[in-house]
Design a protein around this ligand. Sequence first.
Ligand SMILES: *[C@@H]1O[C@H](CO)[C@@H](O)[C@H](O)[C@H]1NC(C)=O
Ligand SMILES: *[C@@H]1O[C@H](CO)[C@@H](O)[C@H](O)[C@H]1NC(C)=O
Ligand SMILES: *[C@@H]1O[C@H](CO)[C@@H](O)[C@H](O)[C@H]1NC(C)=O
Ligand SMILES: *[C@@H]1O[C@H](CO)[C@@H](O)[C@H](O)[C@H]1NC(C)=O
Length: 441
Amino acid sequence: MSATVFLPYLFSLFLLLLLLPLTLARGLGSEHSDKSVRHRTVQILHAYSPTSPLRPPSAAPASWEDSVLQVQSKDQARLLYLSSLVAGKSVVPVAYGRQIIQTPTYVVRVKVGTPPQTLLMALDTSNDAAWLPCSGCTGCAPVLFASAKSSTFRGLPCQAAQCTQVPNPTCLGSSCGFNLTYGSSTMAAALSQDTVALASDAVPSYTFGCIQKATGNSLPPQGLLGLGRGPLSFLSQTQNLYQSTFSYCLPSFRSLNFSGSLRLGPIAQPKNIKFTSLLRNPRRSSLYYTNLIGIRVGRRVVNIPGSALAFNPTTGAGTIFDSGTVFTRLVEPAYNAVRDEIRRRMGNATVSSLGGFDTCYAVPIVVPTITFMFQGMNMTLAQDNFLIHSTATSITCLAVAAAPDNVNSVLNVIATFQQQNHRILFDVPGSRLGVSRELCT
Ligand SMILES: *[C@@H]1O[C@H](CO)[C@@H](O)[C@H](O)[C@H]1NC(C)=O
Ligand SMILES: *[C@@H]1O[C@H](CO)[C@@H](O)[C@H](O)[C@H]1NC(C)=O
Ligand SMILES: *[C@@H]1O[C@H](CO)[C@@H](O)[C@H](O)[C@H]1NC(C)=O
Ligand SMILES: *[C@@H]1O[C@H](CO)[C@@H](O)[C@H](O)[C@H]1NC(C)=O
């Protein structure tokens, strides 16, 4: 494959093909005598993989650098969006010179309705509700859910209990609707229910938003499945089946032999996995906060002021794991400490920048590992998880960046480039998050 053919693939990321066979493993310690508790493995796809139907025609950038810039501009919008969640107010991100498609990058096949219609819905660990474009929608992408063709579809009335769980509920006639800002988009949706199935478990009367009007281009084209912790999330609505427990493994961006999986339920989760506590922020209950206490570059713990990492529910400060940001962002004092240590080790070698990355070298970067030290768990990243190579220019960059400094930037985000080839386990009842190295490819 020639370089020009290969390059777009590098950053467009990939179709995650193969399911990993379920490994036999113990459950997570809660009771599973209840036969209704399931374990299922679902294939995860990358939205912009070469074979993804969601891939926009313009998603084939001319060069590696372009790809980096593109991914980063999307990330920037995502960061602003997450910051706005944390701040508890809606800040609409502005474009950074390029058109921004602020879409979580990983999607799963979801069957909706009777008979089932398949949609590729984005996985978003930082949101709760599910919503999808319905027929009749103005401003939505072309693939729509035809609610009239489903015998099990129904709209929810204003009196429905779920109507109090959506943001900004409105009553149109007697039906419950809501308006939502997502990234730079807005939408108006009717709160609805239908049968929804991931894997082979059909969940009757699943509550979601049926989008009727959308503006902007931030919405995942075939909808979004919220994997947060709030009342309307997938976890809450499948509590009986999967006990609010799931894990995923995202493959290396560089692999052409992709596979990725979303594993639902406590039973078949890995045995050898280290845990750190999940922290709850009542102001933003859906986000998966963890307690990052330090960062090691190689064997040296770099000097980061405690305040840069401390969890603070009032300001929203702290560290989250997110499935919709590609490159990890650290608040400036933390980022600077990591960057300075890498530059120190590189001695006289000439440092350059590329896109939003400011620590790039034309010679190999000699740092073997970076470790995120969480309370109770060290997550050690091999070079594939923190260095990014340009095959075109032979430049290698530190694939981590400082948080955008123009808004409430108090949030550290552990992003998907750093999570790839790890299984990340979200054990909500146990209030813990686990990480283990696993080849997803
Ligand atoms: C929600 O959005 C719809 C459609 O854009 C609009 O007509 C309506 O006024 C909005 N409602 C609220 C409460 O903002
Ligand atoms: C792809 O995966 C298959 C089976 O998992 C393996 O046999 C093959 O060697 C892999 N190919 C590459 C290029 O990694
Ligand atoms: C780095 O530069 C200093 C001063 O110019 C020089 O003395 C030293 O030998 C250089 N080190 C390397 C590894 O090139
Ligand atoms: C993580 O690494 C640090 C520094 O090497 C070490 O002191 C600490 O005990 C480790 N933590 C765990 C939970 O292994």
